[in-house]
Design a protein around this ligand. Sequence first.
Ligand SMILES: Cc1ncc(COP(=O)(O)O)c(C=O)c1O
Length: 1019
Amino acid sequence: MNQTTIPPLPYNPKALPRETARHYIPATAQDIQAMLGSLGLSQLDELLQHIPASVRMAEPLALPEELSYEALYRHVVEQSRKNCVPDMAFLGDGLPHYKVPDLVPFVAGLRELMTAYTPYQPERSQGTLMTQWLYQCCLAMLTGFEAINASQYDRATSLVEALYTAARLSRQGRTHFLLLGSLWPQDLEVVRTLLEGTRLTYDVVPIDPARGTVPLAALEQQATVKADTLAGIAFPQVGSLGCLEDVDGLTDLAHRLGVRAIVVTDPMLLATGGLKAPGTFGQEGEGADILVGEAQHLAIPPHYGGPGLGVFGMRYNAAHQQDMRQAPGRFVGDAQDEAGRPAKVMVLSTREQHIRRHKATSNICTNQGFVATLTAAAILARGEQGIQEACARGRTNATTAARALLRLPGVRLAFPDTPFWNAFVLALPCSSAAMIETARQRGIHLGVDVSSRLPGSTGNHLLLSFSDLQEPAHLERLTEVFVEMLGAPDPAGAPAHATTVTLPEVPTAYLRREPVGLPSWDGEQLRTFFASLSEQNISPDRTCYPLGSCTMKYNPYINEVAASLPGFAQLHPDAPLADAQGTLEVLYNLQEYFKAITGLPAVTTQPVAGAQGELVGLKMFQAYHRSRGETQRDVVLIPHSAHGTNPATATMAGFETVQRGAETLSGVVEIHAGSNGQIDLDHLRQLLTRYRGRIAGIMITNPNTSGVFETRFQEIAALMHAEGGLVYMDGANMNAIAGWVDLGALGVDAVHNNNHKTWTIPHGGGGPGDAIVAVSARLAPFLPGVQVVRTAHGYALEHPSQSIGSVHRHFGNMGHKIRAYTYLRALGRQGVRRMSAVAVLAARYLHQRLKGHFPTLPRETPDSPRMHEFIITLPEATFEKLEAAGISRTRAIGPFGKLFLDFGYHAPTVSFPEAQGLMIEPTESYTKAELDRFADAIIMMLQLVNEQPTILHTVPHFTPVDRIDDVSANKHVVVSARLTTMPPVLPNRIAPDQLAQMPLEAIAEAIRAASAAKLQDKQ
Ligand SMILES: Cc1ncc(COP(=O)(O)O)c(C=O)c1O
């Protein structure tokens, strides 16, 4: 296509009413006036009158003017074309690039799968649960590991979690690790960043520069020295120089030493005909213990480095029954509903942070769920043969290219005796950087200069990686370009025929023994299968999705188009900067926009979720205190009402809680709430005195999880600063205040924005999310990763002077940054303020409609103005009726939440942060009529329960399955199976679309009838 033509959109925006509404707010001017009028107000800004004037954001916001829909589309297309993505690339370097099967974009377009939340309501989330189960099964078949989850952001963070897991598994409390120097340097940097200041320690064992691998003897020697404290050895199957490690020898060594063998692998290379499955490593074939890897490339293009998909696997077999209980994150398990129908549910989530808080095994909340869904689709679309071919093609392309290039003068393999698979390092007779630049000018992304990984290199080492993307013509052109730069084969010195070049052989012990046995399902059937799975979920596209604290707002279609534009999506993070100017400009602009939105002077775009933003914040706190010689600061203050990720993050950062009786000596200390639902200042003052000189900082969610703005935040921050501590603001609720509150004036030192909440990135049935962290001037030198800077010659990268190091292997979830950018360009300077004001209006209006029927929580605070969300509970009289019907007060809220499913809605957030609460966040994405129907439905639910409390024994009634027995699923955990036949998909008994068309009274009648029938069956 001509570079000036704008391709047609793949949908008709006019057929999507939320899509074309200004700022994606469908409420009309009359709707807004009517809602304001019912609250006795006349203008939006009156909603935020209670926010102190001293912390109000000055107007106008320093953002560009909003773009119309057409102008926005043209802009993102043109922006993507500022990148240069050649059709020949030999990059890779830990993030390979493969062909994407057609099923993947089809599944990515299934909105109910893409936009749904984490499957906390399993009866309404069987679609997501099944796709993630399929991912677990496919990966289990490829790797030979029995338990795989999708809870890690990328390979680097998965490696960090593997080290924590191995330390927990070590019965003697061992915390030291040996990491092979052949692991990816990007991953090692993340390990260094995240383990700094924690109780885990490690040494990196250097490679042998002649072999590109780590000698076993050297490793054993080092292991013996640290034998008493060693908990595990982490090694790659294919190292960062393309060389194959002796995985059997490494596994056996770890086991001989009584420590965990942690393997880092690429699942694509484990296809039939490929490399040995980690579940079978070792002379006896017992396998490695913990699996780490990257799976992004199995499903999606590089997207300049993310969203990634960290593979994390554990053994779950006769010899390892309990290990999995130490795994971070969540698994999907086999289950049954009350009627015995097969179903899926999340298992082992009792360890998750929302329950275990500072004792949680990990702080990850939003995970990589949707990339896992797409990976399942990609693997099943390829089938046994397809994935075998993709793997073999990479290998053949690599050997063909090596044979051709090794004939050229002065070109040799850097490690002539070490076997490789689909990537190898050449030692060149010239500078690799110069070769890369010359090739770039000829339209080729040649490879990666790995000279810095090799002691003694003269800057002449080049890593070339291959996949199924290269055609024979590409390989010929590659050779031609080398010849143009280095000259033709030397007839005297080089072998006469290319095939006579000898390459190191891959020993059979390194190869897979058994076929994987993946199913080969028909492509059309797979489409129907995934489409019907999506119908088991619901989406905020349809109607209000009231999950409090999760901001389930509308996710514009145009964001998806923008993120998948080839100029953005196909760009590899190792592309030369000159060819990545379009993407770098987006990153630069995002840095600037978030400075404007937060009122803080510096921003990082590297974190990939709110929880990771929190970790970045606390790591910067530690670095700041260290830089001032204040290493004694070992306490973090967190309000009791905070989301569980806050204390879990503090623990991961190294603030482990130490208690003596009821007294907390160090680590996470809880602050009480006062009678107005806000932080109790008297208690805070007591804590400041009690822990004087020891407080690293405070973490405050604002507005807090009860939906109340902390009006004395500025005072709290001043108290904290006076004590030498720092202030973290959990920005999960930015949808209520963006554009209205100046966080700099509030006294915030670091804040994360959850881009998958406020900034319209879809939740993907669990993730991937994304985050942008803004910081005060005191923390700016410590920012992670790189900053994009504008220079006279274009956009460039700069490392902050005292950076804590990277927290992601590349630039974070770049695909998501494009989505957030596209949204912000649609909002412009007026839209950001309008978005948050209408979100507050919707919540206030809904609360107004419900508060005559339901008490508000916390009970003491009915009159504190609510922002974007509010919490209600059942009236006392209803609790009493339920108790009389055998449903105790403590067990009533969960089933009441399931009544929402019967009315075609998702449930609100149940029992958090108030045990008997329903936290409702309507967002700005719905009209007054939609909010009114929702309010009427909730009131009708109450009437139904009051008149017939036993209904809560039988809810839900219209979802594909009845209530799921998660207790049994957690007792008899099954997290993978061999895939043979396509699993059946149960239909909705009444589909949400149909429910949306029914009068509420008709729904109530259908519920009464369905409940009576179920109760009869039970008798
Ligand atoms: C208040 C609050 N803080 C932190 C988080 C964690 O953010 P993420 O899920 O993006 O890691 C959440 C997530 O729902 C939240 O609601």
